[in-house]
Design a binder for this molecule. Sequence first.
Ligand SMILES: C[S@@+](CC[C@H](N)C(=O)[O-])C[C@H]1O[C@@H](n2cnc3c(N)ncnc32)[C@H](O)[C@@H]1O
Length: 306
Amino acid sequence: MPLNPLPKPFAIPLTVVSSGKPGQNQPAVTNQASSSIDYAYLRALVFQQSQNVLDPSRDYLFETRLAKLLRNEGLTRLEELVQILKLKRSPILERAVAEAMTINETSFFRDSRPFELLRAELMPTLIESRRLIRTLRVWSAACSTGQEAYSIGMLLLEHFPLLATWNLKIEGTDICNEVVQRCQSATYHRIEMNRGLPARNIVRFFDHHGEDWTAKPELRALCNFRQANLCGSVLPFASRFDVIFLRNVMLYFSQETRKQLLANIHRLLAPDGILFLGSSEQPADPTIWTSHLAGGTCYFRPRQPS
Ligand SMILES: C[S@@+](CC[C@H](N)C(=O)[O-])C[C@H]1O[C@@H](n2cnc3c(N)ncnc32)[C@H](O)[C@@H]1O
């Protein structure tokens, strides 16, 4: 059964190749180039599941990233997995392939400038404007293993102690179930702790056992994590956020997906709310966003109707 519907750029091409044998140089029709692995099918599947656009020049990544899945399925060759995917059309297996292909690179206080700007300028203003409702909601969208959400939590607990009596929540979401489970465990290896986390934060917010460190209840209580696809038909929340971190994920999406996602994000941000993107990312549609340069970084606010 074909993978259906396939987006146009991913329609699986049929290629004419030579058999390479002397005297038998007849064209043979195969799937995609000369490899017996149907990478185009895998790329299309990943796009369909997560809207991540994978470049053919990086097809070699399928071998390494899907190695664990192959083992779990009792398979030895990627070709076998592709055959099974085509035959079974199992939603669980298709999702597992897409999740295995996500890039989960992250660290505590990654690109420190947005955090510093929040602390020094943006958060005091937000807190002042919400002093009567005493509610603050932050979303770490595409949070990977949770360091971004916990960094925001540490920043708020350390610098804004009055929030302890507020209704304060940091929501973290990611499409990949495995990383969401890591977020929920709140446990990080020494090497992850050494990437960007000041010693004073380690001492105050983490407990130590062997090579691992687990966030203390005070920090964990602020953060909720769940699996969610940013490109599903609806976003996973109904009520608005005051701050949204949507960093280092849009670069994996097509222009069309980015535009749609940012329109949805716009609806979920308070009128005076703040959006942070990754340092190389821009909102696709300046008609609904204003950009602001401060503290050596850029943030975005919903454009108000004039
Ligand atoms: C490079 S990490 C960024 C983590 C964090 N935001 C940061 O900047 O450090 C990108 C994350 O986006 C997630 N992701 C990719 N496609 C997604 C989608 N369609 N919906 C939700 N999360 C997605 C991946 O699983 C991965 O954990």
